[in-house]
Design a binder for this molecule. Structure first.
Ligand code: M6R
Length: 593
């Protein structure tokens, strides 16, 4: 799940590649590299670390007519210089950048090694450049070599390839995105439109197993069988591209504080004159279904748990929420007329795209809830609803989570035909601003107390349990502290064994139905030495609670109280001195399975 950028014929191509890689580092940021096609050699600069770091390794004067660049999230081989892309072929004639996973790379590598070809890296990608270079020895024709290689490679790939002595940038793609941007007197490639959007609005989308090349004047594409195809360009708009911290130190903080605006924007978008404003056929399809199946990963999966509860409680439609990567290997279709809802901030999550292919074979109705118009899932589902959250840059998802939950609530309220639910949601937004204005100091205090702990537990029941799951994920991904969410009732079935003197336990109590049971859980963990931090709502609070939030309808907990959890994770990470927006080992969009 890496980012690719390439250009041919572009003035100051190097700057374009560097800026493009920075735009794409949501796809991975553990290493980066650029290859310059020179007259007599392919020059490569690459290393572990950021794009800026790699740029600093390149001599000021270095530039070229044909360039390919890469920002990496390691799948095969550690993030180090050798494993960084571009990879040079064994004979130094070809260089390649790759996004995806070559499933049969071991088999192909062994075959090439048996022919005497040597490898430098641990990556699956180097196998492809060596495979193409070795076939080229027989064919003396790069396109023919690529065509034959495609028949041997199994897996996902978006590849940019250059060949010494040819002013061309070759491309091939399967199950990973690759776009060609058409400029005036130059052409470009990239994993998505964002690096190219200031240069052009005209794009060619490569299909699976298609390949070809661009020069500065043309783009030539072939099918797997070598048939030349004409493609009409598609246009893309320059929306959702700007990345601006607006004076904040980190995107995460800015994005948490955008939550009220994002929710108001959703309200304005999906309601009009006191009525819901959704596609009528979508609402009717949901009404007619007898089961809702949710598919999501990470935070989006957590949002689906809340959404499932809305459908069950407010509409009495049974639901099942599945982790996409689990469901893909064991697809379940409960009910006779299930309706499928995918949830994905990015719309590019590979596990979900896999699920979408499975669902399509069944011809079931699908809805995608996403922040990314034009993404693979948005294009592939029957219905799409956009989160309108604005670009979420921080790897830790915050405003998109709040928007996912809010939009699910609006959908359910629209099916129910109850505009008051939307109004209650809007009426509760000042509580989020109140948290921002009044509780940050208390949250910082808690962050200071827990930041050096080895393990932290979150407890809740019902909506508070879903919230605990999300709070725990957020904390672990940016603070690197082990953390777990436990449903209050499950404590005594095992996890309580982990509680010892000083173990921090953060408890959410926002639901009157479960409040008394949660108070019982608090006693259980306290008597084993836990340091307890309770976050409660006013009517359910006790004096010793750390944070007491104004009253609101309890189904809004995931939207309102999640902000407390987000701030807490943020300050723990900040106080530990970590890179809040770019936590280790992660990427914003998980485009490999
Ligand atoms: O783009 P998606 O919503 O499909 O991404 C799913 C997860 O990768 C994502 O929510 C991840 O868990 C976040 N980094 C959590 O903050």
């Amino acid at each position: 799940m890496c980012g690719i950028v390439g250009s041919i014929g572009k003035n100051n191509g190097r700057d374009f590649i560097i800026e493009g890689l920075k735009t794409l580092d949501y796809r991975g940021y553990d290493s980066a590299g650029i290859a310059f096609l020179k007259e007599k050699e392919i020059k490569i600069y690459k290393d572990a670390g950021s794009v800026s770091h790699v740029n600093s390794l390149i001599p000021n004067k270095e530039n070229g007519n044909v360039l390919i660049g890469h920002t990496r999230w390691a799948t095969h081989g550690k993030p180090n210089m050798i494993n960084s892309h571009p990879h040079l072929s064994f004979n130094k004639q070809f260089a390649l950048v790759h996004n995806g996973v070559i499933e049969n790379f071991v088999e192909l590598k062994n075959k090439l090694i048996s022919k005497g070809i040597t490898f430098n890296s641990d990556t699956d990608s180097e196998v492809v450049v060596n495979l193409i270079a070795s076939i080229y020895i027989d064919t003396n024709d790069v396109l023919e070599a690529i065509k034959r290689a495609i028949k041997e490679i199994k897996g996902s790939y978006a590849i940019g390839l250059i060949h010494l002595g040819e002013d061309k940038l070759y491309v091939l793609k399967n199950a990973s995105p690759l776009l060609i941007g058409l400029g005036e007197g130059y052409n470009m490639i990239a994993s998505d439109a964002s690096p190219m959007i200031e240069e052009t609005s005209k794009f060619l989308e490569l299909g699976d197993e298609e390949y070809g090349y661009i020069t500065s004047k043309e783009a030539i594409i072939y099918t797997r069988d070598g048939k030349h195809i004409h493609k009409d360009y598609v246009t893309k708009e320059a929306e959702m591209i700007r990345h601006d911290k607006n004076g904040y130190d980190h995107f995460m903080l800015k994005e948490i504080e955008e939550i009220p605006t994002v929710i108001k924007r959703l309200f304005d978008f999906y309601t009009k004159d006191n009525e819901y404003h959704f596609n009528k056929s979508l609402i009717s399809k949901i009404k007619k279904s007898d089961h809702i199946i949710f598919l999501g990963c990470g935070t989006s999966y957590h949002a689906s748990l809340v959404g499932g509860r809305y459908f069950e409680e407010m509409l009495e439609i049974p639901t099942a929420s599945y982790i996409a990567s689990e469901w893909a290997f064991h697809p379940m279709f409960p009910g006779k007329k299930p309706f499928i809802i995918f949830i994905s901030q990015s719309g590019e999550t590979a596990d979900l795209i896999h699920c979408m292919k499975i669902v399509k074979e069944r011809h079931l109705d699908t809805l995608i809830i996403t922040n990314t118009k034009g993404s693979t899932l948005e294009r592939g589902c029957d219905y799409s609803l956009i989160l309108h959250a604005g670009v979420e840059v921080s790897v830790a998802s915050t405003k998109a989570y709040a928007a996912q939950v809010a939009l699910l609530l609006l959908i359910v309220a629209a099916v129910k035909g109850d505009i008051n639910i939307a109004k209650e949601m809007i009426a509760s937004l000042p509580i989020i601003s109140h948290i921002k204005d009044n509780y940050k100091d208390k949250i910082k205090e808690i962050a200071n107390e827990i930041k050096d702990k080895k393990s932290i537990f979150y407890l809740g029941r019902g909506y508070d349990y879903y919230l605990s799951l999300e709070a725990s994920l957020k904390l672990k991904e940016i603070s690197y502290i082990h953390s777990e969410a436990i449903a209050g009732g499950e404590l005594k079935h095992g996890p309580i064994a982990l509680i010892e003197d000083g173990t921090p336990v953060i408890v959410f109590i926002t639901d009157k139905v479960t409040a008394a049971s949660m108070r019982g859980n608090i006693e259980e963990v306290k008597s084993r030495g836990a340091s307890v931090y309770v976050i409660s709502t006013k009517n359910l609070s006790r004096d010793s609670d750390k944070i007491i939030i104004e009253e609101y309808p309890s189904y809004l907990s995931s939207i309102i109280v999640s902000t407390v959890a987000f701030y807490l994770a943020y300050y723990v990470s900040l106080f530990k001195g970590y890179d809040v927006d770019k936590p280790r080992n992660l990427a914003k969009s998980v485009t490999v399975e």
